[in-house]
Design a protein around this ligand. Structure first.
Ligand code: NAD
Ligand code: DAU
Length: 340
């Protein structure tokens, strides 16, 4: 099988590429990524050692570039991770979220139709369901929970999901959608809560907790997300949506305190700052469908997963220090000088 993975130089996409190359030695993986601020080619260095892997720098919203890529590569399956992914950025600059997350998805689906791709998989998010109240721990998102978005980011992801479903119904596009909760693990861009707090705590800088820190996220190790997507593209039913989550709900304050404890830093570093506008209160996934129908079960529990993850950031300081300094953006030029 030949997989085309979009957004593979980002956090989850890169972990998915490593997963596929390792678990499916018969498959080849082509990555397309625009290398925006969130894309880091250095992350993919281990994949470049593998002859079953290749990389193209291009914009998923560029129709001509996608047509040329699909014609040259003829992928069997497309997995779309490429997106603007950070909620706070969508509050300050919504336009690029609509461009990449909605129009980019449309361009990819048109290419899938034109070049007879067997499966288009859209990587979506639990944020399309909006949020749950903090005082109703009995409530969870299921695949039939109505879409009810809060931020330009989540609205763009929900719009893309609707478009994917419309392409299935109208044109018969063979597709699946997955909606996962918050991921943590190696190679997450240090603007997101966990790597941001780790890098700042190590530098003894203040840790900006939004509002009261009582908002709840449902954390899943990125490995378990990748394993779930792998199952869906191989065994999931065409036209279906699958929620992915491991019942690891924690308040933001609990997560930050866990980090401080492991790094042996004082809680006095915590600094409460003005809340995110429209801040979702609680996310919580009901993963019954993927568990019962596809036999998916997470391998990590939050405590061991977090321990390993914090250790990973301690062991890979140059990776995130290069991002914070901006040096990672020179990597593509170095690696591809004279090749194009
Ligand atoms: P990320 O920001 O780390 O990576 C996104 C990648 O997409 C980057 O490599 C970037 O260069 C690339 N990209 C952006 N615009 C592009 C374009 N126009 N053309 C080609 N490539 C482009 O994001 P992530 O956290 O890895 O998220 C990946 C996907 O998973 C997103 O679709 C996101 O909505 C979804 N998701 C994320 C989480 C999470 O917790 N991070 C949870 C559920 C779903
Ligand atoms: O639920 C899945 C979503 O999880 C994905 O679709 C998004 O792409 C991904 O970015 C993530 O969204 P969140 O907004 O939940 O993640 P973030 O890491 O930005 O924030 C997690 C929580 O921590 C949230 O309640 C806001 C809070 N926070 C975040 C930052 C960056 C802080 O309190 N302080 C901060 O500095």
């Amino acid at each position: 099988m030949k997989l085309l993975v979009t957004g593979g130089a980002g956090f989850i996409g890169s972990n998915f590429i490593f997963y596929e190359l390792e678990q499916h030695p018969e498959d080849t993986v082509v990555c397309v990524d625009l290398l925006t601020y969130a894309g880091n080619l250095e992350t993919l260095e281990p994949a470049f050692q593998n002859e079953r892997f290749s990389f193209h720098k291009a914009d998923i919203a560029d129709r001509q570039a996608m047509d040329e890529l699909f014609e040259a590569e003829c992928p069997d399956v497309v997995v779309n991770f490429a997106a603007e992914s950070h909620v706070d950025r969508s509050v300050t600059d919504p336009g690029i979220f609509l461009q990449t997350n909605i129009l980019g998805t449309q361009v990819l689906m048109d290419a899938c139709r034109k070049y007879n791709v067997q499966r288009f998989h859209q990587v979506s998010t639990d944020e399309v369901y909006g949020d749950l109240p903090l005082d109703r721990p009995d409530l969870f998102f299921t695949e039939t929970t109505p879409l009810h978005t809060s931020s330009p980011y989540s609205a763009s992801k929900a719009s893309a999901d609707l478009l994917v479903q419309a392409y299935h119904r109208t044109f018969g596009l063979p597709m699946t959608i997955s909606r996962c909760s918050n991921n943590y693990g190696p190679y997450q861009f240090p603007e997101k809560l966990i790597p941001l707090m780790i890098s700042r705590a190590l530098a003894n800088q203040s840790l900006p907790v939004y509002g009261t820190g009582e908002n709840v996220r449902d954390w899943l190790h990125v490995y378990d997300h990748c394993a779930a997507i792998d199952l869906i593209i191989r065994h999931g039913k065409e036209g279906e949506i699958y929620n992915i989550g491991g019942h690891n709900e924690r308040t933001n304050l609990e997560v930050v305190k866990t980090i401080l404890r492991q790094l042996d830093r004082s809680e006095t570093l915590i600094h409460y700052v003005t809340d995110r506008p429209g801040h979702d209160r609680r996310y919580a996934i009901d993963p019954a469908k993927i568990t019962e129908q596809l036999g998916w079960k997470p391998k990590y529990n939050f405590d061991t997963g977090m321990k390993e993850t914090i250790q990973w950031y301690l062991d890979h300081k140059p990776w995130w220090e290069n991002i914070i300094s901006g040096a990672y953006q020179e990597y593509y030029e170095k690696m591809y000088a004279g090749r194009e």
